[in-house]
Design a binder for this molecule. Sequence first.
Ligand code: ZN
Ligand code: ZN
Length: 279
Amino acid sequence: MVYRFRCQHCSFVVWSASKDALVDAVGSHVLDHHRQRVTKHDFRLRWDCPYCESTGQYHGLDDGIEKLKRHLLDHVTSLVESGVHVTDNIDGTGNVLVRSPHGSAASDNARVHLLSPGDIVVFVTTAPDERLRLLHDELREWPAQTVIVTTKSDVLENVSGIDSSEMPLELVQLDGRLGLSGLGETLSRVIKEYEAAAGRIAVEFDILSELIEKFDLRTVFKLLHVLGQRAKRADALAHYHIDSRARSESTINILGKAFDLSVRARGQRFVSESPPGTG
Ligand SMILES: [Zn+2]
Ligand SMILES: [Zn+2]
């Protein structure tokens, strides 16, 4: 079960499978909108509620702020929706950008959430062993089909302790010298191969940072645009990971319009602060 809160005052949206984690983020966000309601006078803190007649007066500053946060939450928790998916607003198709610290629990959480609607799971990755490990640990059963597109060889030899013999798996070996159009064609071919099959396709694209370092931005933008259109036609969802601590993070703003949705993964939460296409 995933919960969602959409702010009524701005474009902030937060999702989480943990209601506590969600409510915590909502409290801080709503409080930020109403900081001007707090005044300090003679070591005392006073606030008045923007929604009702309530006021509060406290000797402890932190205590007063916390009370206001709790009070504001009472007004807005009815806006929390449940049983949603991050991609509901885009009909579960197209391109989603995920910013999170590389190798974090937050990025794995995003992977699981964005792959889980897929029956056919496609990875474009340099870490196929880690992705198979994640599927094994987090999903109750193997997807109907898993496709790994990678430059790595001997993929299965590096995955210890997992019996992949029962797993429907296609390995697509990429030539590391392949240009962007070659990569695009390969992915398009993979999507075509499974487009007519029963179930939905979910693509995880891990190598966006590498592409940004290696190729010029216009060509990368074109590839992303084409892949997004291709995904929509196939009713598929593609998501792209970028390290929120990497230098390419600022560059990625230029690519904003290539994505239908952009979220930050933090802990157990996803946050979207700007409408699609503005980064
Ligand atoms: Zn807001
Ligand atoms: Zn109130």
